[in-house]
Structures are given as C-alpha cells and as structure tokens.
Design a protein around this ligand. Structure first.
Ligand code: ADP
Ligand code: G6P
Length: 549
C-alpha cells in the first residue's frame, strides 16, 4: 500500500533526513530536494546549528523511550534517479508522534511496509539504524520485516476490517461481521504472529537500553505488551490507544478468546492512555465485564494478574509553531493562491482519509439538503472535500471510496450550473493544499461516525484566517475539548447537519470570531508538548505508586 503512496507522492516528499535548512515539519519537505541516503552503517551527518523554536520549551527531562507503532515516522522509497528517499508516514498517529524524537532519546520500532523499507530492514540485519528527524534530531529506527502473508492477514483482515470497524461501531450487526475460519486463522497466523515479531524487536532493543520505557501505540499492537512482560517483568510499559474504545457489549461480537486476549494484552502495561474520558471509561468497564478485573473507577486503576494498571485520558494535539510556519511557507502560499483564484463566496471544507468512519457520504447528503433548503446559496457556496485515499487493498475501503465518488457526482449533477459545481472533490494526499484550505474555510465539517480524536479540527482552528466555524460530530474525541466553541452535530442526522451548515454560515461575525479565537487559543495552550508531558507524568505517578506498593 505504501508503494502506492510512494508512487504518487512525487513532489510531496514529506521528510528529508539530514535536511540542513528546514526548521520543522512535514511541509519543509514539500519544498525540499530529494536527498541521497547515507550508508546504513554510517550515522547521518551532524545537524548544523539553526534555530529550532521547539526548543523554546523543553520542560520534560530527556528520557530513553522505545516507541512502537505499526506505521513508522518515515517510509522509504526511490526517486526518479533511483536514489533512496524517506517519506513521512501518513495518518494522525505519526504526524503527532514524530515530535517525540525532538525531546527524547528514541528508538522507534515500526513495520517495514514498502518494498524499500524491507530492503532497509534486510540491510540492517534486524538492528536499528540511525535516522534524523526534520530538525536534525537523531533517533534510531528499527524496521521489522514481517512475513508478508502474516502481515497481510494482520493488516488487511484483523487490524483494519475487524478491530478498526469494531472500535468505530461501523458494522451493521444483522449482516456483518461473519467470523469464519479465515478470521480465526488471520488472528492466529497474522495478528498474533506480527505482535510476536514486534515483541521480539522490543526485547532486542531492550538489550541495548535495558532502562528504557516502552511506549506502544494503537490497535495494531494489543498483544505485544503481554509478550514483552512475560520476558521482562520489570520493564516500564505504556500504551496509547489513538482510536475510540467502545462499550463492553460491542467487544462481545468477537470470540471470547480474542476479546480477552486484547484486554489482557493491554493490561500488561503499567499505563494505558486514551484521548477522552469516554473511551477510558469504556475500557475500565470492559476490563471489569470481560475479564472480571477489579476496577477502581475513581482512581482509574485496574487490578489484573496481581498488578495495578493506571488508565488515563489525555487528548493528543499538534505543534502550533509547526502550523504557524506551514501557513506562511512557500508551498502553502502557492496552494492558497490557486485556491483563491477559484474561491467561492462561501467555502465549506472537509479534510479526511477516505475512511468509512469519517462519514463523508452523509456529509455530502447534508450539503444536498442544505442546497435544497437554501436555493439562494446556490452558485455562492462550494464544499471542498480534500480526501487522502486510504487502505485501498481492503474491499470495504475501496467500496467506500466508490460511494464517495458516486454521491459527490449525484449532488453535482443535480445542482451544477455553468462553472459552479457544488462539491469540489479532490482525492489525493496534498498536505500543502490542506493547510491552504484550513486558512480559507468559512465552515469546517467534521461529522465522523466515531473518531478517536480528529487532528484536522485542531490543525484547522489554528491557522484559519476567516473566522471559520467548526462543526463537530459529538462522537469525535475532539468534541470533548472544542465543543464550547463549535456547533455540535449528531453524525447520523443529516437534516441536523444541513441545519448546522446554515447556522454556521449565518452566525454573526463577532460570534464567529470569538468562537474561533477561543478554540485556537485552547489548542495553543494544550499543545503536543503538553500531551507528551502528561503521558510521561502519568508514568511517573504510576512508578511512584508502584514503589510505595
Ligand atoms: P486519522 O488519524 O484518522 O487519519 P486525524 O484527523 O486525526 O485522522 O489525522 C489526519 C491527518 O492526516 C491530519 O494530520 C491531516 O492533516 C492529514 N490529512 C488528512 N487528509 C489529508 C489529505 N487529503 N492530504 C494530506 N494530508 C491529509
Ligand atoms: C489512524 C490510526 C493510525 C494509522 C493512521 C493511518 O491515524 O490511528 O494508527 O497509522 O490512521 O492509517 P494506515 O493504515 O495508513 O497506517
């Protein structure tokens, strides 16, 4: 799949290891030239001195961390000249976590996903390699080349069509899922096998750094903590789940052995973190209901297998300085010019991966209802949908992308007049275009069925220059934080969403301004660094309690 990303990435190199000049971020690399990679055995060239405003506040003590996630911070490919290049890993998780390496001594373990990643892993012979982050910070990257069939079962059968679907409440239970022998097989020979390989990689890295804290991420790795714990009972383990945690009964869709293994695996950590109090509380209840663990809901602790696990919630965030710089970068300004040349009077925006959880089709239907109800706005308003194609090897995702295209076409065919097309559908990975659109929207629609957090809402609030209004699904984690300044919608109620579009477009100017300023201010005060610090202080809290017995 990442091979496809690399093919289309072209001029969108998101990361240039060892790049000497750029300050920060993905976008530096939109403009940067492809770089020749040093031989793997050599450390990358020392980073030159340049201003790094991330260092403005580095209050957290530097720690040794072993970060573990399926998708790594970079993925490798080849450019037109056959040179190895590093591209930014996609999705919200790696966007957010890449900043960890700026402040801590990080060994990052991730799957080798592209063919070039596998080559890098082979050349490294199971060891980690030196890498440099966007600001020149050094870290080590350990790519795990899984058995290809096992990885296919892990990613394309269990992690996405099963766990992601279950955790986002995406199944119509009368007809799906049907858990056949293939599912059991994929669990055993895919999910368990890949988690075993991750656990082995963690144990290998612990040989180099026995005192490091291991920080697992997301739904790909629920079993690895237990496997590590069995070999290293005293190692500090933490896990952050970036997606929703549903109510216990939803987990009962999965066979007992599987749902128990998932909860038991997570409870091998010392700390388990979620974005919101809602997901955290569901996990505490699930641990009680499905495992019979002793839960203290007030303290947020679970007693399981003779150990106490701390369960916390801290919403992840973005780096505001990164976005301030992106907003005035050359690539974004150029994209903004292109957008301004065709800008309608009112711009509605949505920015998502083409994931069924993002509820894109219902969003188009809501816009259709809005246009029906407000003919005076026809030819004056456009919904720009910037959509990053995602997980297209999985039939449900390929079908959903088709449904998105069909529904946009239906609305356009019904309403378009002259040069005006109500839905401007752009299906590509285009980060510069995304930031340009963040600056220019009048209304941002986030109507996810369920979403662990939704970084788009935070990114957009930070850089918008038109006192844009946020419409947020009450089932997106970010709603817990930003709802005081947003318009809330029920993601299933398309009529309600149509009304919200109208309300957002007619709010008094002063009110729009007050809401946006407050939302942006909240994101600035609760930034990525604050999130990292909160994670680590949970960990310290847990360690102190542990010492007290
Ligand atoms: P998820 O993690 O489920 O993908 P988030 O909203 O938390 O959802 O994060 C999505 C990330 O992907 C954001 O950083 C956003 O800027 C980026 N993104 C989303 N759509 C696009 C697109 N069409 N092109 C480039 N980047 C995108
Ligand atoms: C979400 C998940 C991440 C995942 C990302 C992109 O953000 O929480 O774990 O990496 O989507 O999905 P992909 O399947 O392309 O890695």
């Amino acid at each position: 799949m990442v091979d496809r990303r690399i093919r289309r990435a072209g001029n969108e190199l998101r990361h240039c290891a060892g790049s000497p000049h750029s300050l920060l971020t993905r976008l530096e690399s939109l403009a940067c030239e492809r770089v020749r990679r040093p031989a793997l055995s050599e450390p990358p060239p020392p980073s030159p001195s340049f201003p790094i405003n991330h260092l403005r506040c580095a209050p957290v003590a530097r720690r040794k961390l072993i970060v573990v996630s399926n998708r790594g911070p970079v993925t490798f490919g080849r450019d037109g000249d056959g040179q190895r290049v590093a591209l930014r890993g996609g999705g919200g998780l790696t966007t957010a976590l890449r900043s960890l390496v700026l402040h801590h001594e990080v060994r990052w373990i991730a799957s080798a996903i592209s063919a070039e990643d596998r080559l890098v892993a082979e050349e490294a012979s199971g060891e980690s390699i030196h890498e440099r982050a966007r600001d020149g910070s050094a870290y080590r990257l350990h790519l795990v080349a899984h058995d290809e069939q096992a990885y296919d079962r892990f990613y394309n059968v269990i992690a996405n069509p099963t766990l992601w679907f279950l955790q986002h409440y995406l199944w119509p239970l009368a007809v799906a899922p049907s858990l056949d022998r293939g599912l059991h097989h994929a669990w055993r020979d895919g999910y368990v096998a890949v988690n075993r390989a991750f656990a082995d990689a963690v144990l290998a890295e612990l040989e180099h750094e026995p005192d490091a804290t291991v920080f697992f991420h997301d739904y790909h790795l629920y079993l690895a903590p237990r496997l590590v714990r069995e070999s290293r009972p005293d190692t500090a383990l933490a896990h952050f789940v970036h997606i929703p945690w549903p109510q216990p009964d939803v987990w009962r869709v999965l066979p007992d052995e599987i749902r128990r293994a998932i909860h038991d695996g997570l409870l091998a950590n010392d700390v388990v973190g979620f974005h919101t109090a809602r997901w955290r509380s569901n996990f505490l209840r699930g641990s009680e209901d499905l495992l019979g663990a002793a839960v203290d809901h007030g303290r947020g602790t679970v007693d399981h297998r003779g150990r106490e696990v701390l369960v916390t919630s801290h919403p992840i965030s973005v780096d505001p300085h990164e976005f301030d710089e992106l907003a005035t970068s050359e690539a974004v300004l150029a994209a903004e010019q292109r957008l301004l040349a065709r800008r309608p009077e009112k711009l509605l925006l949505r920015v998502d991966r083409t994931d069924p959880s993002k509820n894109i089709v219902r969003g188009f239907r809501a816009f259709e209802l809005y246009l029906d109800a407000h003919p005076e706005m026809q030819e004056r308003v456009v919904m720009l949908a910037l959509l990053d194609p995602s997980r297209q090897e999985i039939p449900e995702y390929a079908e959903y992308l088709g449904a998105i295209q069909r529904s946009a076409r239906a609305v356009n065919e019904r309403f378009e007049r002259g040069t005006w097309r109500p839905i401007d559908l752009q299906i590509r990975d285009d980060f510069a275009g995304t930031v340009a659109a963040y600056k220019q929207f009048d209304v941002l629609l986030v109507n996810a069925v369920f979403d662990g957090l939704n970084l788009v809402a935070k990114e957009a609030a930070l850089v918008n220059e038109r006192d844009g209004v946020l419409i947020l699904s009450e089932n997106a984690g970010v709603h817990e934080e930003l709802s005081p300044w947003a318009l809330s919608v029920n993601p299933f109620d398309v009529a309600g969403q149509a009304d919200a579009l109208h309300r957002a477009l007619t709010l008094p100017a002063e009110e729009r301004r007050t809401r946006l300023v407050a939302a942006a201010d909240h994101v600035r005060r609760h930034d990525l660094e604050a999130w990292i610090e909160a994670q680590l202080s949970d960990f310290d809290r847990k360690a102190v309690r542990g010492r007290r017995g």
